[in-house]
Every structure is written in C-alpha cells, then in structure tokens.
Design a binder for this molecule. Structure first.
Ligand code: NAD
Length: 246
C-alpha cells in the first residue's frame, strides 16, 4: 500500500478535498451500485428513476423503502471516521459525496456536500412539506403506499433520481477549482457530472489520488492509484499523519 506517499502529498497540500462514492459505505453493509455485489446487478436502475416514480409511485416505494430501511441500520465504518479525523486535523477541507446515506455526517465530518441528496429526508411533491424519512416509513408501515402528505400529495425521498439534475454541482465545482489535491475514495468514477470533480482538480494542476478496489476511467491521469479497501487505507493515512505531527 502506498499510504506513506499519499500522506506526504496530503501534508504538503494547502486545500485538499475528498470525493466519495458508494465504495466507502460497503464496509457499513450498504451495497454499491456497480461493484461485484452492486445493487444494479440485482435490480434495474430504472427503479430509481423519476420516470418510474411518476408512473408507478407504489412500485417505486416498494423498492425504495427497502433501501431506506437498510441505510437506516448502517453505521459509519473506519473509512468515514478516518476522513472526519483528517478534516479535524485541518488536512481535508471538504467532502463531496455521491452517497445519500448520511454516514459522513454521522462520523463527524462537518463540511459535506451531498451531490445526490439525502435519504434521511423526504418531501411532498405537491406542497413541498419536509418529512423525516423515519416518519415516512411509519406511514408505509400503516399500509399507506405510496405515502401521502396531509395535503394529499405524494411524498418522495429528497434524493436525486435518475433523470434529475444533480444538487450542489456548482458549489462542488467551485470547491474543486480551489483544490490542489483530491482523494477519490470508493467511486467507479463513471457517474456524470459528479465525476467532473476529480477531473477539474487535475486540470487545474492539482493532484489526483484514487483509492478504489476496481479500475476506473481516470486511473491513467491519477498521480497515485491504490487498489485496496478504503477502510484500511484511510486509517493508515491518519496513523501516518499522527506519527508525523507527533
Ligand atoms: P459505484 O457502485 O459505481 O462504484 C463504487 C466503487 O467502489 C466500485 O468501483 C467498487 O469496486 C468500489 N468499492 C466497493 N467497496 C470498496 C471498498 N471497501 N474499498 C475500496 N473500493 C470499494 O458507486 P459510485 O461511484 O458512488 O457511483 C455513484 C452512484 O452510486 C451514485 O448515484 C450514488 O448515489 C450511488 N450509490 C450510493 C450509495 C450510498 O449512499 N452509500 C449506495 C449505492 C449507490
């Protein structure tokens, strides 16, 4: 593992950011989408599309409520905690995530940009009222599916579905323009426009470090590629940093 070199680059950077994908949460028991045990090997991605939600909201919620319950049971793992620690140490300025599980915040990360929204909240498609997702699951448990708002509107999760624009991409791109290093963690780097983030850092002469179990399309432009488990690599970096700062 090349974590000494990553530690050196991180400590000599002035504005390092992290870009995370589903691979950071697999050790928390949440399957990724495209890895060997990925969700899309079992289910069709169409189930998480705006088109399907509008056409068959009950079918959408049958699938989505299962996912939501799984995500609620999950706890952060060593990789989430290590990233929060690096932010506390002043070495990571922001975490830009494609994940909707909220595990970065649960682990203590403060500056988190959620490009695909969060499954912890829902809202009414008619009046916009916001709901805690746990309340929405209770409505479903009472046999009301799709869940309905007090105004009669259908409730949906506050996540970006396939076919919808990504949230916060401009804020994320602005951060990427300022960054001189990006750690890409557990992402296949195949989902556009989120995968512009590491490319923008690199195009502005920043360093790109990829930590992912499988090859990614950006490996050839990366400064370092570590093909190992993120929950092992990130704690190793934190350990090295702590040794160096005493
Ligand atoms: P992806 O499934 O395309 O890629 C994940 C990558 O992580 C894979 O290449 C896999 O090999 C790698 N990986 C899996 N476990 C790993 C580990 N322990 N250590 C190192 N690498 C590991 O996911 P992505 O790049 O995030 O794609 C983006 C899409 O996935 C987004 O739409 C996002 O919303 C969605 N997603 C999010 C969650 C979540 O919130 N946790 C879960 C599933 C999918």
């Amino acid at each position: 593992m090349d974590c000494e070199r990553v530690t050196e680059l991180l400590m000599s950077s002035t504005y390092a950011i992290a870009f995370t994908g589903a691979g950071i949460s697999t050790a928390s028991g949440i399957p990724d989408f495209r890895g060997p045990n990925g969700l899309w090997r079992k289910y069709s991605p169409e189930l998480a599309s705006i088109e399907y939600f509008e056409r068959n909201p009950k079918g959408f919620w049958d699938f989505y409520s299962l996912r939501m319950r799984g995500l609620f049971e999950a706890e952060p793992n060593k990789a989430h905690y290590a990233l929060a620690e690096l932010e506390k140490l002043g070495l990571i300025k922001a975490v830009i995530t494609q994940n909707i599980d909220g595990l970065h915040q649960k682990a203590g990360s403060k500056n988190v940009i959620e490009l695909h929204g969060t499954m912890r909240r829902c809202y009414c498609t008619n009046c916009g009222k916001s709901y805690d997702s746990k309340e929405v699951l209770k409505i479903i448990d009472q046999g009301i599916s799709p869940p309905k708002c007090s105004c009669g509107g259908i409730i949906r999760p506050d996540v970006v579905l396939f076919g919808e624009p990504v949230k916060g991409i401009y804020e994320a791109l602005n951060i990427a323009y300022d960054a001189d290093l990006v750690l890409s963690i557990g992402s296949s780097l195949t989902v556009y426009p989120a995968n512009l983030i590491p490319q923008v850092v690199k195009e502005h002469r920043g360093k790109l470090i990829i930590i992912n179990m499988e090859e990614t399309p950006l490996d050839e432009i990366a400064d370092i590629v570590i093909r190992d488990r993120v929950e092992e690599v990130l704690p190793c970096i934190v350990e090295n940093v702590k040794k160096l700062i005493g």
